[in-house]
Design a protein. Structure first.
Length: 169
């Protein structure tokens, strides 16, 4: 049975960074190219970057299955606005298609309910077709296109997807 572990220690952060390195290189190299992956991983998913994000309000969780860390989630709640930015939801290649993405999103939705933030939004690369299909299956809708300059000649060319959770009965 999979479970979620809240990232709190330096060892947890190191585990997330190691997963990020593995997953990003495997998944994103064909989508955005090796040069952009090599730029983005240290900038956004290094130990230092993850720790800084946590220090400024982001929450990271590890997804475990059979005692192994197989993925991670990163969210940024904005309770004043009643929303949560789903910044990261990544599962190792060999564990995709096994329901762990749905398990991770169920956890995110639980966090939303606990915080009273019924609106979830995320960005996904326009060429990340498998992830887009998965998000659509889980109830997310397309809102708009976003192209953000991230430096060194690279951009994040994304769709913004969102989902509003139903009110509790």
């Amino acid at each position: 049975m999979p479970h979620i572990h809240c990232v709190q220690s330096a060892a947890d952060i190191a585990r997330v960074a190691a997963l990020a390195h593995e997953i990003w290189h495997e998944h994103y190299t064909p989508i955005i190219g090796p040069a952009q992956v090599e730029y983005m991983v240290p900038k956004f998913q290094s130990r230092e970057a993850i720790a800084a994000q946590i220090d400024t309000g982001a929450r990271y969780d590890l997804v475990y299955e059979k005692g192994q860390a197989v993925g991670y989630i990163g969210v940024v709640p904005d309770t004043a606005a009643g929303e949560l930015f789903l910044s990261k939801i990544y599962i190792r290649r060999d564990r995709r298609g096994c329901g762990l993405g749905r398990f991770a999103l169920d956890h995110v939705e639980s966090v939303c309910r606990e915080l009273g933030t019924p609106y979830i939004w995320l960005t996904v690369n326009k060429n990340n077709h498998a992830s887009i299909r998965a998000y659509e299956k889980m109830g997310f809708s397309h809102r708009r296109e976003i192209c953000q300059d991230i430096g060194h000649g690279f951009v994040m060319d994304d769709y913004l997807l969102d989902k509003t959770l139903p009110s509790a009965p």
